[in-house]
Ligand binder design. Structure first.
Ligand code: ADP
Length: 249
């Protein structure tokens, strides 16, 4: 589904990614791990069009998306969440998701300019879809609360809900359980499994090792911009290079 081939990204003289190759199959949950500064965020930014690769190619469903804009990449079904919460804090939960949906459907501008019955119908539909998404992420009973009044863990679930409103095929989650307690991160793990069962493919960056090891089908380990290991959680846990970089030996 996603083929990253020989991708490098250089900032000034600093090689943040050095000829990286990663292949992700449809339906898998892939974890991208590595110490701070190893290039994980740069990789997500390059995949989603926020950075242009200095060299190499990225194919999504056999289509070359390297260097395309984030908007075009999202439209094709490759959607990300951010490390920091990125919600409309004064809007309610359902408005946040409905807005993401209508922005995705590109009729938001028209619907405010022409308040016709067609657009009102579309707006109603976006709220129906938003409600079913909130149900899916476990926030249906919170739909009328403002985003800023939700506890942190629920704000992050809402963010995943917003990403789902854009109908992703591959979802990139940037530290989905950062700052969460065990119960909240178990909830996110359950949600990610449910997404996979619904045919989504997931790529996630995460520092929470227990979460990553119990959830991911496969892990890719970056160190100084290079892939130093790839395999099942069990293989990665026993990989000497990985143990060395994490323990600093
Ligand atoms: P990680 O997400 O694994 O912590 P990053 O991708 O953020 O790693 O960073 C990889 C390297 O690239 C680091 O040395 C970082 O300082 C550098 N880097 C990342 N973004 C930029 C940027 N916009 N300009 C210059 N250097 C950057």
């Amino acid at each position: 589904m996603l083929a990253i081939r020989n991708v490098s990204r250089i900032f000034g003289g600093l090689v943040a990614l050095d000829k990286v190759n990663i292949n992700i199959r449809k339906g898998e949950i892939r974890g991208l791990i590595g110490p701070n500064g190893s290039g994980k965020t740069t990789m997500i930014n390059v995949i989603t069009g926020f950075y242009v690769p200095s060299s190499g190619t990225i194919h999504f469903n056999d289509k070359d998306i390297s260097g395309q804009s984030p908007y075009n990449i999202t439209k094709q079904g490759l959607v990300r969440t951010f490390q920091n919460i990125n919600l409309f804090s004064d809007m309610t939960a359902i408005e946040n998701v409905a807005t993401a949906y209508s922005l995705h459907m590109k009729n938001n501008l028209f619907s405010t300019v022409f308040n016709t019955s067609f657009f009102r119908k579309e707006e109603r539909r976006s709220f129906e879809i938003a409600e079913s998404i909130l149900d899916f992420v476990g926030l249906k009973d919170k739909k009328d609360l403002r985003a800023k009044n939700l506890p942190y863990g629920q704000q992050r679930l809402l963010e995943i809900g917003r990403a789902l409103a854009t109908e992703p095929r591959l979802l990139l989650l940037d530290e989905p359980v950062a700052g969460m307690n065990d119960q909240e991160s178990d909830e996110v793990a359950g949600l990610i499994q449910k997404l996979r069962d619904n045919g989504k493919t997931i790529l996630l960056i995460e520092h929470h090792m227990k979460f990553v090891m119990s959830l991911c089908d496969k892990l890719t380990v970056l160190s100084s911009g290079n892939v130093i290991a790839e395999g099942t959680p069990r293989e990665i846990q026993n990989n000497e290079d990985v143990i060395r970089i994490y323990l600093g030996k």
